[in-house]
Design a protein around this ligand. Structure first.
Ligand code: NAP
Length: 491
C-alpha cells in the first residue's frame, strides 16, 4: 500500500489532516492511505509557490522547455506506474489508461515543451509617430488549480503544464479520492529538474482544502475542472480577490444523426462516445438526436452493441467497461435511470447494477425520452445514452442547442453542406463531424455557457496563463511633447 501525502516545496510532506483511504472502485479494497492536508498546508504550499515564482518566471523559454521535455520523457518511462495508479484509483479499464490517459498526457507535456518557446504578439512598431510600442507576455503568477476524479492525470496535466510553460508556479488540489497520479507527476517534475516550489500538490477534500485554495488571497489565478455548481462556487471565492479564473465544467453533448448518415458508423460511434470512461466524461455522447427514418434501426443497433460490452476487472485487457467511481455515484446514476420511465423514457437495455463487489453498472439506452425529462437535461455521468427523434434539420439543431451546457457535440452526415451548417449552428466548444471524442494537444478544449470558459490544451491554453503588457517608449527625447499642450499651455 502506497503512503501518499502532499507535495510541498519539492518534497512529500506530512500534513496535519485526518488519514484518508483511496479505494479501488472495482473491488472496494484499499489502494493507498494518505494524510489529508489542512488549510494551513494550503498556506504553506501557496507561500512556496510564491517564493519560487520569480526564478521560474525569469527562466528563459528554452530553459522551461527543457524541463518539460524531460518531464515528458520521464512520464513516458513511468507509463506502467502511472497506468497502474490510474486503474486502481479510478477503476478505468487498463486499455483506456494505456492507450488514452497516459500517452495523451505525455503528448500534452511534450506539446507544451515546444509551445513554451513560441510566444506571439503584435509586431513592435511606431503605432504613434513618437513612440515605439512592443508587447510583452508575462506569467500570470501563482496559479491555484482544482481537478476532478474522472481523468486525474490528464486533468492535472491540462492545467499544470501550460501554466508551467508560461512561467507560472502552481498549487494543485486533485480530487480527494484520486490523488495518486498527481503526486507522481509532481515527483517526476522534480526529477526532470523543476525547481522546488514551482509545483505543489495539496491533497484533501473540496470543502476545506479546495475552498481554502480557491479563495486564497495570495494566488493570482484559479483554474478549475469539475461540475458546474462547484465551478461557480470556486469562481465566487476567486472573485472576492478579483482573481482571474478559467473553468472547465459539465457537459451534456448532443449526438446528431442526420438521415443521410452512415448508420453503422453512427451506431458504433454512439456506443464508443457514450461509454468511454464508463460515461464519466464531460464530452461523452449523452443525447442522441436521430432522424425519424433511422430512429428504430439506430435504437436497435445501439442496444445490440451495448449488450455485448464486457464488464469486469479493469486490470484485464479484455475488459471494456470498468465500474463507476463509487457506490454513491452508482446510486445517483441508477436513481436517474429508475426515474426515467416515470417521465416517458423507455429503458431499452441496461438499467442494471450487476451483483458482486465494485460499483459496476450495465450500459444503458433510454429511448423516447421527453425533452423536459431529467435524463435528457441533467448530467448523468454514467454509461447511459438517451435518444429522441427529430423531424427536420432545424428541429435537430434546436434540440441539440436546447441545453444550458455547450462543451461538445457531434453531427453525423455524408452531406458536406449539412456538416458545415451543423458545425456553425451547434453551440459548443467542439463539434465533431462523423466522430465523437477524439482530442489532440494542438487544438483547444473548452466550453460555452454552463460548461465554463477558457481553454485547455493548445496554444490558446498557454495564453490563459500569460498577461499581456504594452511597453510604449518615447523615441523623440523631446521635453515639450505635442500632446502636453492638451493639458497645459504655459510652463
Ligand atoms: P466536482 O464535484 O465539481 O469536484 C471537482 C473538484 O472540486 C474536486 O477536486 C473537488 O474536491 C473540488 N471541490 C468540491 N467542492 C469544492 C469547493 N467548495 N471549493 C473548491 N473545490 C471544491 O466534480 P467531480 O465530481 O470531481 O467531476 C465530475 C464533473 O467534472 C462533471 O460535471 C464533469 O462534466 C466535469 N468535468 C469537466 C471537464 C471539462 O473539461 N469541462 C473535464 C472533466 C470533468 P473533492 O472531490 O476532493 O471533494
Amino acid at each position: 500500500m502506497t503512503v501518499a501525502s502532499s507535495w510541498i516545496d519539492g518534497a512529500l510532506v506530512k500534513t496535519g489532516g485526518a488519514q484518508h483511504t483511496v479505494i479501488n472502485p472495482a473491488t472496494g479494497e484499499a489502494v493507498a492511505e494518505f494524510a489529508l492536508a489542512q488549510p494551513g498546508d494550503v498556506d504553506r504550499a501557496v507561500a512556496s509557490a510564491r517564493a519560487a515564482l520569480p526564478g521560474w518566471k525569469r527562466a528563459t523559454p528554452a530553459e522551461r522547455s527543457a524541463v518539460l521535455a524531460k518531464l515528458a520523457k520521464l512520464a513516458d518511462d513511468a507509463t506502467s506506474e502511472l497506468v497502474a495508479e490510474e486503474v486502481s484509483q479510478t477503476g478505468k479499464p487498463v486499455r483506456l489508461a494505456t492507450e488514452f490517459d497516459v500517452p495523451g498526457s505525455v503528448d500534452n507535456i511534450d506539446f507544451f515543451a515546444g509551445a513554451a518557446r513560441h510566444l506571439e504578439g503584435k509586431a513592435s512598431a511606431e503605432y504613434s509617430a513618437d513612440h515605439t510600442s512592443s508587447i510583452r507576455r508575462e506569467a500570470v503568477g501563482v496559479v491555484a488549480t482544482i481537478t476532478p476524479w474522472n481523468y486525474p492525470l490528464q486533468m492535472a496535466v491540462w492545467k499544470v503544464i501550460p501554466a508551467l510553460a508560461a512561467g507560472c508556479s502552481v498549487v494543485i488540489k486533485p480530487a480527494e479520492i484520486t490523488p495518486l497520479t498527481t503526486l507522481t507527476l509532481a515527483r517526476l517534475a522534480a526529477d526532470a529538474g523543476l525547481p522546488d516550489g514551482v509545483l505543489n500538490v495539496v491533497t484533501g477534500s473540496g470543502a476545506d482544502v479546495g475552498a481554502a485554495l480557491a479563495g486564497h488571497a495570495d494566488v493570482d489565478m484559479v483554474t478549475f475542472t469539475g461540475s458546474t455548481p462547484v465551478g461557480r462556487r470556486v469562481m465566487l471565492a476567486a472573485a472576492q480577490h478579483g482573481h482571474r479564473t478559467q473553468l472547465e465544467l459539465g457537459g451534456k453533448a448532443p449526438f446528431v444523426v442526420f438521415d443521410d448518415a452512415d448508420l453503422d458508423a453512427a451506431i458504433q460511434g454512439a456506443v464508443a462516445g457514450a461509454l468511454i470512461n464508463t460515461g464519466q466524461d464531460c464530452t461523452a455522447a449523452t443525447r442522441a438526436i436521430v432522424a425519424q427514418g433511422l430512429y428504430d434501426d439506430f435504437v436497435a443497433g445501439v442496444a445490440e452493441v451495448m449488450s455485448k460490452i464486457v464488464l469486469g476487472d479493469p486490470a484485464d485487457p479484455d475488459t471494456d467497461l470498468g465500474p463507476l467511481i463509487s457506490a454513491v455515484h452508482r446510486a445517483k446514476v441508477a436513481g436517474m435511470v429508475e426515474r426515467a420511465p416515470g417521465e416517458g423514457g423507455r429503458v431499452v437495455t441496461g438499467g442494471v447494477a450487476p451483483e458482486g463487489p465494485g460499483s459496476f453498472y450495465r450500459p444503458t439506452l433510454i429511448a423516447d425520452v421527453a425533452e423536459t425529462s431529467e435524463v435528457w437535461r441533467d448530467e448523468i455521468f454514467g454509461p447511459v445514452l438517451t435518444v429522441r427523434a427529430f423531424t427536420d434539420d432545424d428541429d435537430a439543431i434546436r434540440q441539440a442547442n436546447d441545453t444550458k451546457y455547450g462543451l461538445a457535440a457531434s453531427a453525423w452526415t455524408r452531406d458536406v453542406y449539412r456538416a458545415q451548417r451543423a458545425s456553425r449552428e451547434i453551440h459548443a466548444g467542439c463539434v465533431w463531424i462523423n466522430d465523437h471524442i477524439p482530442i489532440i494537444s494542438e487544438m483547444p478544449h473548452g466550453g460555452f455557457g454552463a460548461s465554463g470558459f477558457g481553454k485547455d490544451m493548445s496554444q490558446y491554453s498557454l495564453e490563459e496563463y500569460l498577461s499581456i503588457k504594452h511597453v510604449m517608449s518615447d523615441i523623440t527625447g523631446v521635453v515639450d511633447k505635442d500632446w502636453h499642450r492638451t493639458i497645459f499651455t504655459k510652463r
